[in-house]
Design a protein around this ligand. Structure first.
Ligand code: HEM
Ligand code: HEM
Length: 163
């Protein structure tokens, strides 16, 4: 496979749309949690805008993540920036794949919990919340570190296609 200089236009757009949706889910997930508590108490949950929004945005993340993974496997990604140790590159690689795994596991566990009534899936879904917050925070700090300390223009790779 040829060495790529950057991500494609579609890869970049998918990165940012998924990023916004996931952060939105983390910030506005509370009402979904309350609806689930109602289900657990044997009540009929109130299907308000925030609950439907959570479901629709979550399913959108799943569909877009599948598309994105298809491009990741089919087209690939640019090699790591030249600066940085092998350990840092390995950490970034593992972190990126963990984020991909969460993009799929979050909506799938939510769907299995909500439509399958599986308590264990709801627990897994809840545990993934702090894991996602920590990974995304580290990811953002790393991106800012590259931009402002290493000054290697890494953020540019997620801004416009370089090929
Ligand atoms: C405002 C927040 C974010 C910033 C500033 C940011 C920045 C970046 C940058 C600059 C890259 C390219 C790294 C490189 O070229 O080696 C990247 C890649 C990536 N980002 Fe983000 N990101 C953000 C949010 C997110 C979120 C919320 C997710 C998913 C939960 C995410 C998932 C990924 C993944 C999986 C890659 C690796 C792509 C690949 O090489 O396959 N990012 N991000
Ligand atoms: C990217 C996708 C998703 C993210 C980031 C996400 C995130 C969250 C968050 C932050 C909460 C609140 C947890 C709390 O109470 O503190 C939550 C709850 C919940 N979500 Fe999602 N969600 C996603 C997709 C989905 C989907 C597609 C469904 C399907 C119906 C779903 C079903 C649920 C359920 C049943 C709860 C309540 C149980 C629990 O707290 O784990 N989620 N979600």
């Amino acid at each position: 496979m040829a060495v790529l200089k950057g991500y494609s236009f579609t890869q970049i757009r998918l990165h940012w749309v998924i990023a916004v949706l996931i952060v939105g889910q983390l910030v506005f997930g509370e009402e979904m949690g309350e609806a689930w508590e109602a289900v657990e108490d044997g009540q009929v949950p109130e299907m308000g805008l925030m609950v439907w929004g959570h479901i629709i945005a979550g399913v959108a993340v799943l569909a877009l993540a599948v598309w994105r993974l298809g491009l990741r496997f089919g087209r690939g990604a640019p090699p790591p920036p030249e600066v940085g140790s092998a350990l840092a590159h390995m950490a970034a690689h593992v972190g990126h794949w963990a984020l991909y795994a969460l993009m799929v596991a979050l909506p799938v566990s939510g769907l299995v919990a909500w439509y399958g009534g599986v308590e264990a899936a709801a627990e897994a879904h809840e545990i993934m919340k702090p894991v996602t917050i920590i990974l995304v925070a580290v990811h953002v700090v790393a991106a800012l570190w590259h931009q402002f300390y290493l000054k290697d223009g890494l953020l540019l790779r997620m801004k416009r296609p370089l090929d």
